[in-house]
Design a protein around this ligand. Structure first.
Ligand code: HEC
Length: 83
């Protein structure tokens, strides 16, 4: 791989890791305990509920794109090991 391409890939990876870290205090956790609330639910099911505008307390979720919600959910379902 060319050094330039490698640098670009690394930069992207670091940027993504930073974004994921910022999500550690993600808004869903203000109201939810994923391991209890969403036990047995798939990421797809959780995503559908998160985007469901008929849940009044999910109003803030509408500000996120589907991709952002997917990332938040993936993060909550698969928390990084504590350092
Ligand atoms: C302001 C509080 C609040 C926030 C923030 C919030 N939710 Fe909810 N959520 C609720 C309430 C209230 C319900 C409805 C519970 C019920 O009807 O039993 C709900 C229901 C759900 C459900 C259906 C299963 C369940 O627990 O009842 C899912 C899945 C869900 N939320 C996912 C999310 C995700 C993902 C996020 C973050 C993107 C999020 N929620 C953020 C309050 C919140």
């Amino acid at each position: 791989m060319k050094p330039f391409v490698l640098t670009m890939a690394l930069t992207a990876a670091i940027t993504l890791a930073g974004a994921a870290r910022a999500n550690d205090d993600n808004l869903c956790l203000d109201c939810h305990e994923p391991t209890e609330d969403w036990q047995g639910m798939s990421a797809q099911e959780i995503l559908e509920q998160a985007m469901d505008g008929s849940i009044k307390r999910h109003a803030d979720n509408q500000e996120f794109t589907q991709e952002q919600l997917e990332a938040l959910i993936a993060e909550m379902l698969d928390p990084p090991a504590p350092e």
